[in-house]
Ligand binder design. Sequence first.
Ligand code: NDP
Length: 300
Amino acid sequence: MNCPLVIDGKIAAAEVLGQVKHDVEVMKADGVRPCLAVILVGDDPASEVYVRNKVLRAEECGITSLEYKVGSDTSQAHVLHMIEVLNEDAAVHGILVQLPLPKHIDESVVLQAINPQKDVDGFHSENVGGLSQGLDVLAPCTPTGCMYLLHKTLGDLSGKHAVVIGRSNIVGKPMAALLLKANCTVTILHSRSERAETICRQADIVVAAVGRPLMVDADWLKPGAIVIDVGINRINAGGRSRLVGDVDMESALTKVSAITPVPGGVGPMTIAFLMRNTLTAAKQQTQSRAKSEASCLSIS
Ligand code: NDP
């Protein structure tokens, strides 16, 4: 077997971000500057780091970023009010509420309040429904990033058997929908699945999104499989803390034809596709505004 390819997510993310930056410049020349508003409720240190990175990346792409940081005791009504104001603001194209939210706030109520056209995380049920119908909607960033890596590595995915391990709304389910849209035969495994290892061993493509360190090893994999490892797990090994995926990379490398590392695989893609979704949202809103202005003119 040829030497397996370690898929570099940093290079792929730089490609995506470079294209976004170029398209943002073109939009700016036409008088529109894409804008992303991020709401952070509370002071969870990990969330603060994620938000800071999103804001920095937006600025690098020429996207305006607005950061709204409110205390952990902020009421749900106030968060909904903030979203309402941002929904109404024509200069804001994307709205992101950093998860998780404090316990007294109902996450699904908040996500449903975002205008689906500005829902750059792709979590609103209108976008979730559209994705399951195979429509071109704003889809969640991590699975979209995984699809980019798969197409870049394999080209056409038609007819491949893809196994997705994990069925969360954020990764597993949208990942399966995107693979189906790309004409894969899709199997989803979850915590109640029987014979998971045997089923996984039939897959041409494995996407692991579980959150269990090093769960998938060579025994789970068919020779020549392509593995996308979404998991991010912190473990303590040999007295030091390090990040690992859901896949035991060292073991998997004896079987796979290509695999994403952790870190440096899927991670950088998520933020790159958040920027691309913001750009897409800005383009779509600008076009639909131009269309409705044109139809107003033709009526008057
Ligand atoms: P969730 O905890 O929401 O979902 C985990 C899924 O794994 C569930 O569907 C669960 O099944 C399934 N599962 C648990 N144990 C097993 C098992 N033994 N066999 C098969 N399936 C199992 O996690 P997320 O989807 O949010 O995230 C998954 C991982 O991806 C995490 O490590 C997270 O940190 C990472 N992540 C990485 C991102 C990135 O940018 N790289 C972005 C988002 C997440 P059930 O439904 O039955 O409980």
